[in-house]
Design a protein around this ligand. Structure first.
Ligand code: KIV
Length: 274
Protein backbone atom coordinates (compact mmCIF):
# COMPACT_ATOMS: atom_id res chain seq x y z
CA UNK A 1 0.00 0.00 0.00
CA UNK A 2 1.23 3.54 -0.76
CA UNK A 3 2.74 5.51 2.06
CA UNK A 4 2.83 9.19 1.21
CA UNK A 5 5.49 10.88 3.33
CA UNK A 6 3.77 14.28 2.99
CA UNK A 7 0.70 13.10 4.84
CA UNK A 8 0.37 14.03 8.47
CA UNK A 9 -1.43 12.23 11.25
CA UNK A 10 -4.79 13.93 11.91
CA UNK A 11 -5.04 15.27 15.42
CA UNK A 12 -8.00 16.58 17.38
CA UNK A 13 -7.03 20.18 16.57
CA UNK A 14 -7.08 19.45 12.83
CA UNK A 15 -10.52 17.90 13.01
CA UNK A 16 -11.83 20.88 14.99
CA UNK A 17 -10.21 23.48 12.73
CA UNK A 18 -11.93 22.07 9.64
CA UNK A 19 -15.13 23.91 10.51
CA UNK A 20 -13.36 27.27 10.74
CA UNK A 21 -11.62 26.63 7.43
CA UNK A 22 -14.80 25.46 5.72
CA UNK A 23 -13.26 22.07 4.90
CA UNK A 24 -15.65 19.14 5.16
CA UNK A 25 -14.75 16.24 7.47
CA UNK A 26 -14.86 12.81 5.84
CA UNK A 27 -15.70 10.04 8.29
CA UNK A 28 -16.46 6.34 7.91
CA UNK A 29 -16.85 3.40 10.26
CA UNK A 30 -14.17 0.71 10.56
CA UNK A 31 -14.08 -2.47 12.59
CA UNK A 32 -10.95 -4.36 11.54
CA UNK A 33 -7.29 -3.99 10.58
CA UNK A 34 -7.53 -4.57 6.81
CA UNK A 35 -10.44 -2.19 6.29
CA UNK A 36 -8.78 0.45 8.48
CA UNK A 37 -5.66 0.28 6.30
CA UNK A 38 -7.69 0.73 3.12
CA UNK A 39 -9.76 3.63 4.48
CA UNK A 40 -6.60 5.27 5.81
CA UNK A 41 -5.03 4.90 2.37
CA UNK A 42 -8.12 6.61 0.93
CA UNK A 43 -7.43 9.67 3.15
CA UNK A 44 -10.56 9.35 5.27
CA UNK A 45 -10.16 11.91 8.10
CA UNK A 46 -11.89 10.12 10.94
CA UNK A 47 -12.53 6.43 11.55
CA UNK A 48 -15.33 5.61 13.95
CA UNK A 49 -15.19 2.14 15.45
CA UNK A 50 -18.97 2.16 15.60
CA UNK A 51 -21.13 -0.05 17.75
CA UNK A 52 -22.86 -0.68 14.41
CA UNK A 53 -20.34 -3.56 14.43
CA UNK A 54 -23.04 -5.35 16.44
CA UNK A 55 -25.24 -5.34 13.33
CA UNK A 56 -22.95 -5.39 10.32
CA UNK A 57 -20.19 -7.64 11.72
CA UNK A 58 -21.94 -9.73 14.36
CA UNK A 59 -25.43 -9.98 12.83
CA UNK A 60 -27.45 -8.60 15.75
CA UNK A 61 -30.70 -6.74 15.03
CA UNK A 62 -29.54 -3.61 16.81
CA UNK A 63 -26.47 -2.29 18.61
CA UNK A 64 -27.57 -3.11 22.16
CA UNK A 65 -25.84 -6.48 22.69
CA UNK A 66 -22.25 -5.51 21.83
CA UNK A 67 -19.88 -5.56 24.81
CA UNK A 68 -16.91 -3.49 25.96
CA UNK A 69 -14.55 -6.41 25.29
CA UNK A 70 -15.74 -6.80 21.70
CA UNK A 71 -15.54 -3.05 21.05
CA UNK A 72 -12.03 -2.95 22.56
CA UNK A 73 -10.92 -5.74 20.21
CA UNK A 74 -12.37 -3.94 17.16
CA UNK A 75 -10.77 -0.66 18.24
CA UNK A 76 -7.34 -2.21 18.78
CA UNK A 77 -7.50 -3.85 15.33
CA UNK A 78 -8.46 -0.55 13.68
CA UNK A 79 -5.74 1.36 15.47
CA UNK A 80 -3.13 -1.18 14.32
CA UNK A 81 -4.23 -0.59 10.71
CA UNK A 82 -4.46 3.19 10.81
CA UNK A 83 -1.60 5.70 10.61
CA UNK A 84 -3.30 8.96 9.69
CA UNK A 85 -7.01 9.06 10.47
CA UNK A 86 -8.30 10.23 13.85
CA UNK A 87 -9.74 7.21 15.66
CA UNK A 88 -12.95 7.45 17.68
CA UNK A 89 -14.31 4.47 19.63
CA UNK A 90 -18.03 4.14 20.22
CA UNK A 91 -18.85 3.41 23.86
CA UNK A 92 -21.33 0.52 23.87
CA UNK A 93 -24.75 0.51 25.53
CA UNK A 94 -24.47 0.41 29.34
CA UNK A 95 -20.73 1.12 29.39
CA UNK A 96 -21.22 4.76 30.46
CA UNK A 97 -24.79 5.15 31.71
CA UNK A 98 -24.47 3.67 35.23
CA UNK A 99 -22.15 6.27 36.77
CA UNK A 100 -19.48 8.82 35.91
CA UNK A 101 -16.90 6.49 37.40
CA UNK A 102 -17.98 3.69 35.06
CA UNK A 103 -17.95 6.09 32.09
CA UNK A 104 -14.44 7.40 32.83
CA UNK A 105 -13.03 3.92 33.49
CA UNK A 106 -14.43 2.49 30.27
CA UNK A 107 -13.53 5.54 28.17
CA UNK A 108 -10.01 5.24 29.55
CA UNK A 109 -9.76 1.61 28.43
CA UNK A 110 -10.43 2.64 24.81
CA UNK A 111 -7.58 5.15 24.97
CA UNK A 112 -5.13 3.21 27.11
CA UNK A 113 -5.67 -0.39 25.97
CA UNK A 114 -7.00 -0.03 22.42
CA UNK A 115 -5.36 3.03 20.86
CA UNK A 116 -8.45 5.22 20.36
CA UNK A 117 -7.97 8.99 20.43
CA UNK A 118 -11.52 9.87 21.47
CA UNK A 119 -14.76 8.18 22.46
CA UNK A 120 -18.34 8.71 21.32
CA UNK A 121 -21.42 8.58 23.51
CA UNK A 122 -25.05 8.71 22.39
CA UNK A 123 -27.75 10.93 23.83
CA UNK A 124 -28.78 14.54 24.39
CA UNK A 125 -29.35 16.55 27.56
CA UNK A 126 -29.35 13.40 29.67
CA UNK A 127 -25.67 12.59 28.90
CA UNK A 128 -24.27 16.12 29.23
CA UNK A 129 -22.84 15.51 32.72
CA UNK A 130 -21.33 12.21 31.58
CA UNK A 131 -19.67 13.94 28.62
CA UNK A 132 -18.31 16.61 30.99
CA UNK A 133 -16.90 13.97 33.37
CA UNK A 134 -15.10 12.10 30.56
CA UNK A 135 -13.73 15.35 29.09
CA UNK A 136 -12.47 16.37 32.55
CA UNK A 137 -10.55 13.10 32.67
CA UNK A 138 -8.67 14.30 29.59
CA UNK A 139 -10.49 12.14 27.05
CA UNK A 140 -11.97 13.84 23.97
CA UNK A 141 -15.68 13.14 23.54
CA UNK A 142 -17.73 13.06 20.36
CA UNK A 143 -21.44 13.51 21.06
CA UNK A 144 -24.25 11.87 19.04
CA UNK A 145 -27.83 13.13 18.94
CA UNK A 146 -30.89 12.41 16.82
CA UNK A 147 -31.50 8.75 16.09
CA UNK A 148 -29.73 6.68 18.72
CA UNK A 149 -29.74 2.91 18.28
CA UNK A 150 -28.82 2.68 21.96
CA UNK A 151 -32.23 4.31 22.66
CA UNK A 152 -34.06 2.35 19.98
CA UNK A 153 -36.83 1.20 22.33
CA UNK A 154 -37.29 4.66 23.87
CA UNK A 155 -37.39 6.20 20.36
CA UNK A 156 -39.83 3.47 19.12
CA UNK A 157 -37.69 2.43 16.15
CA UNK A 158 -35.44 4.12 13.60
CA UNK A 159 -37.33 7.32 12.70
CA UNK A 160 -36.39 10.86 11.74
CA UNK A 161 -35.94 12.75 15.00
CA UNK A 162 -37.19 16.21 15.88
CA UNK A 163 -40.12 16.35 13.48
CA UNK A 164 -42.14 18.37 15.99
CA UNK A 165 -41.24 21.72 17.60
CA UNK A 166 -40.55 20.23 21.04
CA UNK A 167 -38.21 17.66 19.49
CA UNK A 168 -36.37 20.36 17.55
CA UNK A 169 -35.90 22.44 20.68
CA UNK A 170 -34.61 19.38 22.54
CA UNK A 171 -32.07 18.66 19.76
CA UNK A 172 -30.81 22.25 19.69
CA UNK A 173 -30.59 22.51 23.49
CA UNK A 174 -28.80 19.16 23.64
CA UNK A 175 -26.26 20.20 20.99
CA UNK A 176 -25.50 23.49 22.77
CA UNK A 177 -25.21 21.81 26.17
CA UNK A 178 -22.92 19.07 24.83
CA UNK A 179 -20.68 21.69 23.25
CA UNK A 180 -20.60 23.59 26.55
CA UNK A 181 -19.69 20.32 28.33
CA UNK A 182 -16.60 20.05 26.13
CA UNK A 183 -17.56 17.69 23.28
CA UNK A 184 -15.20 18.29 20.35
CA UNK A 185 -17.71 17.32 17.68
CA UNK A 186 -21.25 16.02 17.38
CA UNK A 187 -22.90 13.45 15.15
CA UNK A 188 -26.37 14.40 13.93
CA UNK A 189 -28.23 11.25 12.89
CA UNK A 190 -31.53 11.15 11.01
CA UNK A 191 -32.54 14.76 11.59
CA UNK A 192 -34.44 17.09 9.25
CA UNK A 193 -31.99 19.20 7.25
CA UNK A 194 -33.34 22.56 8.48
CA UNK A 195 -32.79 21.49 12.09
CA UNK A 196 -29.28 20.18 11.30
CA UNK A 197 -28.51 23.46 9.51
CA UNK A 198 -29.56 25.51 12.50
CA UNK A 199 -27.53 23.36 14.90
CA UNK A 200 -24.49 23.56 12.61
CA UNK A 201 -24.75 27.36 12.46
CA UNK A 202 -25.15 27.77 16.21
CA UNK A 203 -22.25 25.51 17.24
CA UNK A 204 -18.54 26.29 17.21
CA UNK A 205 -17.67 22.56 17.11
CA UNK A 206 -18.10 20.57 13.89
CA UNK A 207 -21.30 18.65 13.21
CA UNK A 208 -21.00 15.37 11.32
CA UNK A 209 -24.19 14.28 9.64
CA UNK A 210 -25.67 10.89 8.83
CA UNK A 211 -29.05 11.35 7.24
CA UNK A 212 -29.01 15.01 8.33
CA UNK A 213 -28.61 16.84 5.02
CA UNK A 214 -25.78 18.70 3.37
CA UNK A 215 -25.17 21.61 5.72
CA UNK A 216 -23.25 19.62 8.33
CA UNK A 217 -19.50 20.22 8.69
CA UNK A 218 -18.79 16.63 7.71
CA UNK A 219 -20.49 13.38 6.78
CA UNK A 220 -20.24 9.85 8.11
CA UNK A 221 -21.68 6.61 6.76
CA UNK A 222 -21.37 2.98 7.74
CA UNK A 223 -18.66 1.54 5.50
CA UNK A 224 -20.42 -1.79 4.98
CA UNK A 225 -23.44 0.16 3.66
CA UNK A 226 -21.51 2.21 1.09
CA UNK A 227 -19.66 -0.89 -0.08
CA UNK A 228 -22.85 -2.92 -0.58
CA UNK A 229 -21.90 -5.49 2.06
CA UNK A 230 -24.94 -5.17 4.32
CA UNK A 231 -28.45 -5.27 2.94
CA UNK A 232 -30.62 -5.88 6.01
CA UNK A 233 -31.34 -2.14 6.12
CA UNK A 234 -31.10 0.29 3.22
CA UNK A 235 -31.74 3.79 4.54
CA UNK A 236 -32.54 6.50 1.99
CA UNK A 237 -29.48 8.57 2.97
CA UNK A 238 -26.99 5.82 2.11
CA UNK A 239 -25.20 6.24 -1.21
CA UNK A 240 -23.70 2.98 -2.44
CA UNK A 241 -20.23 3.30 -4.00
CA UNK A 242 -19.52 -0.40 -4.63
CA UNK A 243 -21.25 -3.73 -4.76
CA UNK A 244 -18.75 -5.81 -2.84
CA UNK A 245 -21.45 -8.16 -1.61
CA UNK A 246 -21.99 -9.37 -5.18
CA UNK A 247 -18.26 -9.38 -5.90
CA UNK A 248 -17.56 -11.57 -2.86
CA UNK A 249 -20.34 -14.03 -3.68
CA UNK A 250 -19.02 -14.31 -7.25
CA UNK A 251 -15.41 -14.83 -6.07
CA UNK A 252 -16.47 -17.55 -3.62
CA UNK A 253 -18.57 -19.25 -6.35
CA UNK A 254 -15.63 -19.15 -8.77
CA UNK A 255 -13.35 -20.67 -6.13
CA UNK A 256 -15.96 -23.37 -5.47
CA UNK A 257 -16.19 -24.17 -9.18
CA UNK A 258 -12.39 -24.43 -9.48
CA UNK A 259 -12.13 -26.73 -6.46
CA UNK A 260 -14.97 -28.93 -7.67
CA UNK A 261 -13.57 -29.19 -11.19
CA UNK A 262 -10.06 -29.93 -9.88
CA UNK A 263 -8.53 -26.88 -11.59
CA UNK A 264 -7.44 -25.43 -8.24
CA UNK A 265 -4.64 -25.76 -7.21
CA UNK A 266 -2.60 -26.04 -10.39
CA UNK A 267 1.17 -26.70 -10.65
CA UNK A 268 2.08 -23.04 -10.05
CA UNK A 269 0.15 -23.14 -6.77
CA UNK A 270 1.69 -26.41 -5.58
CA UNK A 271 4.99 -27.25 -3.80
CA UNK A 272 6.57 -30.20 -5.56
CA UNK A 273 9.81 -32.09 -4.87
CA UNK A 274 11.53 -30.32 -7.83
O1 KIV B 1 -22.19 2.96 15.32
C1 KIV B 1 -22.14 3.66 14.31
O2 KIV B 1 -21.75 3.21 13.22
C2 KIV B 1 -22.56 5.05 14.42
C3 KIV B 1 -22.72 5.80 13.14
C4 KIV B 1 -24.00 5.43 12.53
C5 KIV B 1 -22.59 7.25 13.33
O3 KIV B 1 -22.82 5.52 15.47
Amino acid sequence: MNDSSSRKKLRLSTIMSRKRKGQKIVALTAYDYSMARMLDEAAVDLLLVGDSAAMVVHGHENTLPITMETMLDHTAAVSRGCKYAFIVADMPFMSYQASHEQAITNAGRFIKDAGAEAVKIEGGLEVVDTARAIVRAGIPVMAHIGLSFQRIHEQSGAKVQGRKDAGQTYLLESALALEEAGAFSIILELIQDDVATEITKKLQIPTIGIGAGNACDGQILVTNDILGMYDRMQPKFVRRYANLGETIVKAAKDFGADVRSGSYPDDSETFSAK
